[in-house]
Design a protein around this ligand. Structure first.
Ligand SMILES: Cc1cc2nc3c(=O)[nH]c(=O)nc-3n(C[C@H](O)[C@H](O)[C@H](O)COP(=O)(O)OP(=O)(O)OC[C@H]3O[C@@H](n4cnc5c(N)ncnc54)[C@H](O)[C@@H]3O)c2cc1C
Length: 331
């Protein structure tokens, strides 16, 4: 859905800051679009810690990252914003009274104001070197890169390909729940892993294959059957497999702020209390901004998003009220 329909505000980045900004802007009766480059919303929370419990978001004594993001998507969707995934915003063009955003899909999105909620950029999951040579490319697109929906691994034969502490952590968790756990590491060591975790890994029922690769997978009716594991110059092993997980780290693709004429300092956007960037009509909030006393926390992004949306509202309509004092007054 890329077209010249003019929106009041377009939010770039669907992490926790962008999701909350989406909700708040619709609450202020603005016509809102959210563009997220990943195939899911939730930003860093979903990519780094969907299963971790979060203790410092108001209203929740504790909540997992995944559950928080689910709640935020429900909240954001309440007043029909347009929320699109798989949209990497490449360039921004200023026309007389509005901006045009161009995505990598070749779409154009027209908007009166912009809120940058882009965090540090977008993170892509790295895969083992030979990954693209494996069969079943469609199936491989959906192989898990995090440990969400843990129940699905119960009593299953699980294979993990990983070279770091994340994979080791998954294996140690799954050993008490899965039928079998096999770890395949192409490297000669696990990176950033604690000594005690490594010791545990090597002294349990978990099968660990170092300097080994998955060289084939067998899938029938969209269900994984087995994986083939090969260690150089050694025999190939076929392992019955129900579930496959992979984690070989993440790669950052930085948001091209310089090309958008947005001033940055050490990769962040310096802002004052109004969350405005140097470009009139472009505001910013969340992990991408920097000011004295800034904290990189989910809750800080919420507060900054409120300010940014209110200022963007004033930018497009100088008669707008500065803020909603009480939600009793809203709508
Ligand atoms: C391991 C870890 C644990 C943490 N634990 C906590 C905690 O317990 N409590 C807490 O409050 N905070 C915690 N944080 C910090 C918290 O995750 C961040 O403060 C918060 O996620 C920032 O949200 P954001 O929306 O500003 O940025 P992000 O979550 O980074 O979201 C930015 C989004 O913008 C998208 N994007 C970027 N560029 C473009 C583009 N050009 N086009 C389209 N989309 C784009 C990205 O894909 C991404 O989805 C933790 C962080 C880490 C790494």
């Amino acid at each position: 859905m890329g077209d010249y329909e003019l929106f009041d505000i377009t939010i770039i980045g669907g992490g926790t800051t962008g999701l909350f900004a989406t909700y708040y802007a619709t609450m202020r009766n603005m016509k809102v679009k959210l563009l997220e480059s990943q195939s899911q919303f939730g930003g860093k929370v979903m990519q780094f810690f969907p299963e971790k419990l979060i203790y410092d978001v108001g209203g929740y004594p504790d909540i997992s990252g995944e559950d928080l993001v689910k709640q935020m998507i429900t909240q954001a969707n309440q007043h029909q914003p347009v929320m699109l995934t798989d949209r990497w915003v490449e360039s921004i063009e200023k026309n007389s009274d509005h901006f045009i955003l161009y995505t990598s899909k070749g779409e154009q999105h027209a908007t009166k104001a912009i809120l940058l909620a882009t965090g540090s950029g977008t993170f892509h999951t790295k895969t083992p070197d030979n990954w693209d040579a494996l069969p079943f490319p469609e199936f491989r697109k959906h192989i898990a890169t995090n440990l969400m929906n843990r129940e699905k691994y119960h009593n299953k034969n699980v294979v993990i390909t990983a070279n770091n502490k994340v994979g080791v952590g998954w294996a140690l968790y799954l050993k008490d729940h899965a039928k079998s756990v096999t770890v395949v590491n192409p490297d000669s060591k696990f990176h950033q892993v604690k000594e005690e975790d490594l010791e545990q890994l090597l002294n349990t029922s978990i099968q660990v294959h170092m300097e080994s690769h998955i060289t084939n997978i067998d899938v029938k009716e969209n269900q994984l059957q087995s994986v083939e594991i090969n260690k150089e110059e050694q025999e190939t092993l076929t392992v019955e497999t129900d579930e496959l997980l992979t984690y070989h780290g993440l790669e950052l693709q930085a948001t091209p702020l310089d090309n958008w004429s947005v001033d940055t300092y050490k990769g962040r956007i310096p802002v004052k209390g109004d969350m405005a960037t140097n470009v009139p009509g472009i505001f910013a909030s969340g992990d991408i901004v920097q000011y004295e006393g800034k904290t990189n926390l989910i809750a800080s992004g919420y507060s900054e998003a409120i300010t940014a949306v209110n200022k963007a509202h004033l930018f497009i309509d100088p008669r707008a009220t500065e803020q909603l004092y009480s939600t009793v007054l809203y709508r």
